[in-house]
Design a protein around this ligand. Structure first.
Ligand SMILES: Nc1nc2c(c(=O)[nH]1)N[C@H]1C(S)=C(S)[C@@H](COP(=O)(O)OP(=O)(O)OC[C@H]3O[C@@H](n4cnc5c(=O)[nH]c(N)nc54)[C@H](O)[C@@H]3O)O[C@H]1N2
Ligand SMILES: Nc1nc2c(c(=O)[nH]1)N[C@H]1C(S)=C(S)[C@@H](COP(=O)(O)OP(=O)(O)OC[C@H]3O[C@@H](n4cnc5c(=O)[nH]c(N)nc54)[C@H](O)[C@@H]3O)O[C@H]1N2
Ligand code: SF4
Ligand SMILES: [Mo]
Length: 699
């Protein structure tokens, strides 16, 4: 008999709602959960490859203990009991010598992180960290400094927008299924799209205007836009009067940044910028300027993103149909939220090893910052960090300069990777604890914020094929073996779900019909006359005194990016629709869609080094060198080269992808120590590489 199960996709961190058809214990079909109108039955290519992921045997199928040196790849399978005992005994030794605070865990963050946060806290450590130092940290911190709200406190109503402006936000390839559908509906409804990127991605092909900006000059373009908008009064005067502080100072600051100046910095014509600003004036308040996501990879990305937040406010597009809106939570629907697991555990009164909230007072403590935690591992200051749990996170790909990372992590006494793949980081670990694939496991309930807030459930659709376990089982058992079992009085996932739901008035049966529960039938919008922001003043702060006091200037002068050294190119990178970072290059289906990356290089640049389309080239930085095919195209700015991220694995167990393509992160030399000083995001795009024709041209 066929059964329909509702769950949550786990092939990437977007976590779309899904429907899975199961027969005789086998998954037959997977598609979007059409009870969610924005989703429909759609799924992306990665989601569809979930069934193949489950069947793939080139993954850890039982707990693994390291035999040889770290990274050598000599493993033996162990029972769960042995693996747990090994970890508990190592942890006890580490705690006896260095204290509980010497334990750290990093993960992907997101709606299921509460469990891991609870685990780290239960062990007595403040060092929970998520992945965001190489993702949206600059964008997040800049939102805090303008609105006192985080980056996830805004969502975008593309469907009803008149103008969508994307600074390197490659929305059609670096995708979220619901978002890309809403974006395409917006275009169908007549929205203009302005796309700005030194590289013409697929999204550029959907745009009504594409600017191939000089890499690293977004802040200059935004200053020019702000100058034109403010001086021509192309902004929402009422909204500004009511909600914006510091406009006079802002206007004075902008004086030098005319559109003619901007043209010289960015390569974008002054009259085109002026025409664009006139359009924004016509289209506001239904204007969305996306504050960036991976845009934030330069040393001034915090300020570029900050300026986007400011211009959105000037457009009056906050809490506005066709503009930006606040994702509403249970409270907005007059309901109580899910009970937190971390709240079960006593607080930990220790300074964080990564310095968030102390050495770096402006950075959020909740998410931490991995690169400064690495500093602590390396130096033993402010105190030694000796044990590292890495859960659904692959820093050897996600952070730059893998060689340097290996040197630092080798100082740890214990590395435990909880993964479903032989990730590059797991390969270097001491223990690999294999999690069930997402189709095979339950997770804790999640809150789904939006215009109609609710809760969602990932549930087990089919039984695990291998000797793997769900994260909740792993962390509860580890806590128990560390003598902290009393803090988590749960035996089954239903016990956890019931605890989470206890204030909500809901039962588990409420999730059966659709897989999620909505707390409101109607879209909830706040009254635009009574908006309140999270800053001290409750207003939008163009000059934020609190941040200034922490050493972060609100309106710093523009500093042009460093030009590439002679014979070098700025290395840019991005993703495509078939892959999620480095996760699925070895997936039996996805590897057939795309198994290797290429180096995009401009024809003028290619000519100077004698390279033709399809030639093999050598890419180099410091002691790192690699070979890759050239894709000669004017879709990339002449100062830069571009490659897709996530390829070039050095883990031999991944036989389908081993050695295919080139890894971008290994060329980002020294970048573990270079970050945007305000926002903390690593300066990945401030890396330069040499490119030469490879000596022999066999392909
Ligand atoms: N050079 C360079 N660096 C980058 C980027 C780039 O484009 N270029 N992109 C940056 C960005 S935006 C981000 S978000 C980060 C992403 O970096 P990460 O957060 O590390 O990447 P993910 O692809 O989300 O997956 C991390 C790990 O989760 C594992 N995994 C997948 N599913 C499961 C599961 O169900 N359970 C468990 N336990 N593990 C699972 C995967 O096998 C993988 O090893 O990388 C950043 N770093
Ligand atoms: N299929 C798929 N979808 C994903 C992901 C995935 O791995 N695969 N990852 C998810 C995650 S974690 C994230 S963070 C998002 C990332 O979403 P995006 O930020 O849209 O992702 P990227 O693909 O990194 O695109 C970055 C773009 O910035 C451009 N760029 C480089 N330098 C500059 C510059 O100076 N100015 C401007 N304006 N642009 C520049 C690059 O050329 C590239 O096209 O995607 C999410 N969606
Ligand atoms: S975007 Fe694709 S892979 Fe990611 S959760 Fe949604 S369907 Fe799954
Ligand atoms: Mo990301």
């Amino acid at each position: 008999m066929k059964e329909t199960k509702y769950s949550i996709c786990g092939m990437c961190a977007v976590r779309c709602p899904i429907t899975v058809q199961v027969e005789a214990g086998k998954p037959l079909w997977i598609e979007g959960n059409s009870h969610d109108g924005g989703m429909g039955r759609s799924l992306c290519a990665k989601g569809g490859a979930a069934l193949a992921q489950r069947m793939d045997k080139q993954r850890p199928t039982a707990p693994m203990l390291r035999m040889g040196n770290r990274g050598q790849g000599q493993w033996r399978e162990a029972s769960w009991d042995e693996a747990y005992e090994y970890i508990a005994s190592r942890l006890n030794t580490i705690i006896a010598e260095h204290g509980s605070r010497s334990i750290m865990l990093s993960d992907r963050g997101g709606p299921f992180a509460d469990l891991r946060q609870a685990f780290v806290k239960a062990l007595g450590s403040p060092n929970y960290i998520n992945h965001d130092c190489t993702c949206g940290r600059n964008v997040h911190h800049s939102a805090k400094s303008v609105y006192g709200l985080g980056r996830k406190d805004f969502a975008y109503d593309y469907e009803n927008a008149r103008h969508i402006v994307l600074f390197g936000r490659n929305i059609t390839e670096s995708l979220k299924v619901k978002e890309v559908k809403s974006f395409l509906k917006g275009i169908k409804n007549g929205a203009r799209v302005t796309y700005i990127d030194p590289r013409a991605s697929v999204t550029a092909g959907k745009a009504s205007r594409y600017w191939q900006i000089k890499p690293g000059t977004d802040y200059a373009l935004l200053l020019g836009m702000a100058h034109c908008i403010v001086n021509n009064h192309y902004y929402d005067l009422d909204f500004a009067d009511k909600y914006i502080n510091g406009l006079a100072e802002f206007k004075t600051f902008l004086e030098p940044y005319t559109t003619e100046w901007t043209e010289r910095e960015t390569g974008i014509k002054a009259e085109e910028i002026q025409a664009f600003c006139r359009e924004l004036n016509e289209d506001r308040p239904k204007v969305i300027i996306h504050p960036g996501w991976m845009l934030a990879r330069y040393r001034d990305s915090f300020h570029a993103s900050r300026m986007i937040h400011i211009i959105n406010a000037l457009m009056g597009s906050i809490e506005q149909p066709g503009g930006l809106f606040y994702p509403k939570g249970p409270k907005d629907a007059g309901k109580l939220g899910l009970k937190s697991l971390a709240a079960l555990v006593p607080g930990v009164n220790e300074e964080r090893a990564d310095g968030c909230g102390t050495r770096y007072p402006q950075w959020d403590k909740g998410a931490g910052m991995l690169q400064t935690a690495y500093e602590a591992i390396d130096s033993g200051r402010p105190y030694p960090v000796k044990a590292y749990f890495v859960h659904r996170h692959n820093p050897f790909i996600a952070l730059p300069d893998t060689k340097e990372q290996r040197r630092i992590l080798d100082k740890l006494d214990l590395i435990v990777a909880v993964d479903i793949n032989f990730s590059e980081t797991a390969w270097f670990a001491d223990v690999i604890l294999p999690e069930n694939t997402f189709l095979e496991r339950d997770d804790i309930l999640r809150t789904e914020k939006g215009l109609k807030p609710g809760f969602g459930r990932r549930q087990q659709c089919v039984k695990p094929l291998n000797n793997t376990k769900a994260g909740w089982e792993i962390y509860l058992e580890l806590a128990r073996r560390m003598g902290k079992g009393d803090l988590f009085p749960f035996t089954t996932i239903e016990d956890i779900w019931q605890y989470q739901l206890q204030d909500t008035g809901l039962t588990l049966a409420d999730f059966d019909a659709k897989g999620f529960v909505k707390l409101s039938d109607q879209a909830i919008w706040y009254d635009r006359d009574k908006l309140k922001f999270g800053t001290e003043s409750g207003k939008i702060e163009l000059v934020n005194q609190k941040w200034e006091a922490m050493g972060v200037a609100s309106l710093p002068a523009y500093v042009a990016p460093e030009p590439p050294p002679d014979g070098s190119f700025r290395l840019l990178f991005g993703r495509n629709g078939y892959q999620a970072h480095g996760q699925h290059q070895n997936n039996p289906i996805l590897c057939e869609l795309l198994d290797v990356n290429k180096l995009w290089i401009h024809p003028a640049a290619a000519k100077t080094i004698g390279v033709k389309d399809g030639d093999q080239v050598l890419v180099g930085a410091g002691d790192e060198q690699g070979r890759i095919a050239a894709y000669v195209t004017d879709l990339i700015h002449p100062e830069a080269v571009f490659m897709l991220h996530g390829f070039g694995t050095d883990v031999p167990a991944k036989k389908r992808s081993f050695g295919k393509g080139l890894a971008d992160q290994v060329f980002m030399k020294g970048k573990l120590k270079e970050w945007d000083q305000a926002g903390g995001g690593l300066n990945l795009a401030e890396s330069f590489v040499t490119v030469t024709l490879a000596p022999s041209q066999e392909k």
